[in-house]
Design a protein around this ligand. Structure first.
Ligand code: FE2
Length: 210
C-alpha cells in the first residue's frame, strides 16, 4: 500500500492520463467527440484532496493481476502501470441488488471508483472508475441515465449496445454509451479491465434489463 502522499500523486497521474487519452479521441464520430468535450469541460482542472476509502476486494479481483499484466503489454500500458500503482488502495464493489436469476455475477464482476463519491478523490462533474470481469462471463443488458465512456485496458470482449451487433473490442478501444442505451459485454478466455467514466446523471444507478 503506497503512503498517502504517493497515493495522492498516483491518483492524480492516473486521472490525468485517462482524461488526456479521452482528449485524443479526435477520430471518434462527431456525437462521441461532443460528449468527450462535455466530459472534459465538466472535469475540474485538478482533482481534490485525497479521501481514501478502506480497500476491499471481491472474488473477481483474483483476475486483476493478470489483467494489469495484460494491459502492460497493450496500447494503454501507461494507464495500466498507473492503475497498478493505486490498485492496493481500491475499494471494489458489485453495485447491483441481489437477483436469483443472475447468481454468480457478484463473484465475476467488480467495479471501483477512482474519482467519485466512493472513490479516492472527488470531482463533482465526473465519475471515473474501473470495471473488471472474469473470463467467460456475461454482463447482461443494462442501462443507466449517465453518459458513459469505456476505455479498454486489457482483454478483448464482445461489446453490444443499442441495436448494433456485438463486436469484439480490443485494448485501446473507446466505447461510447449515450444516456439510457442498453448495453452488454461478454468475456472469452481473457479477463476484461476497462476504465469507465460517467457524466450527466451520475446519481441514478445502472439497472439490469433482463
Ligand atoms: Fe454502462
Amino acid at each position: 500500500m503506497p503512503d498517502l502522499a504517493s497515493l495522492d500523486r498516483h491518483v492524480d497521474a492516473c486521472r490525468r492520463l485517462i482524461l488526456d487519452r479521452l482528449d485524443r479521441g479526435r477520430d471518434e464520430p462527431p456525437a462521441t467527440r461532443r460528449e468527450i468535450d462535455t466530459l472534459l469541460a465538466l472535469s475540474s482542472s485538478d482533482a481534490g484532496p485525497l479521501s481514501p476509502v478502506s480497500p476491499t476486494r471481491l472474488p473477481a479481483c483474483d483476475f486483476l493481476p493478470d489483467a494489469l499484466a495484460l494491459g502492460d503489454l497493450g496500447p494503454e500500458a501507461d494507464i495500466a502501470r498507473a492503475l497498478s500503482a493505486i490498485a492496493p488502495a481500491l475499494h471494489w464493489t458489485y453495485s447491483y441488488p441481489d437477483d436469483p436469476r443472475l447468481n454468480g455475477l457478484a463473484s465475476a464482476i467488480a467495479f471501483t471508483q477512482i474519482i467519485g463519491r466512493q472513490g479516492l478523490k472527488r470531482d463533482n462533474g465526473l465519475l471515473l472508475g474501473l470495471t473488471l470481469m472474469a473470463p467467460h462471463t456475461i454482463y447482461p443488458l443494462h442501462a443507466h441515465p449517465a453518459v458513459e465512456f469505456y476505455l479498454v485496458i486489457a482483454g478483448t470482449a464482445l461489446w453490444q449496445a443499442g441495436h448494433e451487433p456485438a463486436m469484439a473490442r480490443p485494448p485501446g478501444s473507446l466505447i461510447f454509451h449515450p444516456s439510457g442505451v442498453a448495453h452488454a459485454m461478454t468475456t472469452a478466455a481473457e479477463p476484461l479491465l476497462a476504465v469507465f467514466t460517467w457524466h450527466g446523471d451520475i446519481m441514478s444507478p445502472s439497472v439490469y434489463l433482463t
